[in-house]
Design a protein around this ligand. Sequence first.
Ligand code: 13P
Length: 250
Amino acid sequence: MRKKIVAGNWKMNNNLSETINLINDLKIQIYKNNVKVMIAPAFTFLHDAVKQIDGFDIEVISQNINNNSSGAYTGEVSAEMLKSIGVNTTLIGHSERRAYYNEDDELLLNKLKYSIECGMNVIFCFGEELSDRKSQNHFTVVKNQLDNTVMKVDKSSWKKIILAYEPVWAIGTGETASAEQAQEMHEFVRKCISESFGEEISNNVSILYGGSVKPNNASEIFSKKDVDGGLIGGAALNASDFSKIVESNR
Ligand code: 13P
């Protein structure tokens, strides 16, 4: 059985008091069901967030990670540091990291392998740009991104991997992929995984959709058979919207 997941990527938003307030609101508003809920505040507040969650069933995760264990890497954060504060899952490969910080497939593969070696779980993000979709190259682009990264790990790593399809043109634009477009890509990705790693792994990996998921479109997107949940940006900054999205994933 695949896990249903809704994860909130807070990106570079919220100061300390806003972080604590949003967590407190989520603790009141999130209705417990069979969905795994995750939130990714800024690095600065991860430790406060873990303490504030205080046993409540929401996992605090990080937005990024370095691919080295320690040393002279100014401004970076390691798996060991994250684990020492109780953060055991990280995003890797978000399109904003790829676009603004030049994170290429080679680096992302290093981050992925190293994180898993350190015992972290990974939400690995991928997705095509608008020009790729307009030129009908979206499947090729996605396959390439996957072939260069997650397809290069060994079979045993897959129990630590969650995938997140985030078409770049749908992120923060208010223009979401249709439920059919999401399903079509998720089915394609599952087929690629099956071809390389077999059906058991492809059937068990959760694939999330991200890109302008809101309370009014979440249920339709999550109703598709290969969509196991969402990675939410803007709407995750509002407790009421995020809780409604969590409830949509039944
Ligand atoms: P939005 O939900 O704001 O489009 O962001 C999606 C995203 O990038 C989540 O990682």
